[in-house]
Design a binder for this molecule. Structure first.
Ligand SMILES: [Zn+2]
Length: 101
């Protein structure tokens, strides 16, 4: 992958990291005091966990760029399509290895 493309993707990853961090702050589970709060607490913790998982993926992608290993499938090592990486810069596996959550 050329350096220009990598710089573009790295910029997007930083943006994504900042956005996910905002979501983590927004959804930080608080104390629940009533039954109604409990439903909300449940939702909050689900949102929080989702954001946390996403944050891990973003930071992993940034680590891979630092290590010079970004752009290859994390599972099989094949090189990833630039189009795929631009669409979802922190998806780290190829179409064959990808299993939707
Ligand atoms: Zn793969």
């Amino acid at each position: 992958m050329d350096l220009m493309m990598l710089a573009v993707i790295q910029g997007r990853l930083w943006q994504a990291a900042a956005m996910v961090q905002q979501r983590l702050e927004l959804w930080t589970p608080g104390d629940s005091k009533s039954a109604a709060d409990e439903t909300e607490a449940c939702l909050r913790s689900a949102m929080y966990r989702a954001a946390q998982a996403e944050f891990e993926q973003v930071t992993r992608a940034l680590d891979l760029i630092d290590e010079g290993r970004y752009g290859n499938c994390d599972a099989c090592g094949d090189s990833l399509e630039v189009g795929t990486l631009l669409a979802r810069p922190y998806r780290l596996v190829c179409d064959r290895c990808y299993t939707p959550m």
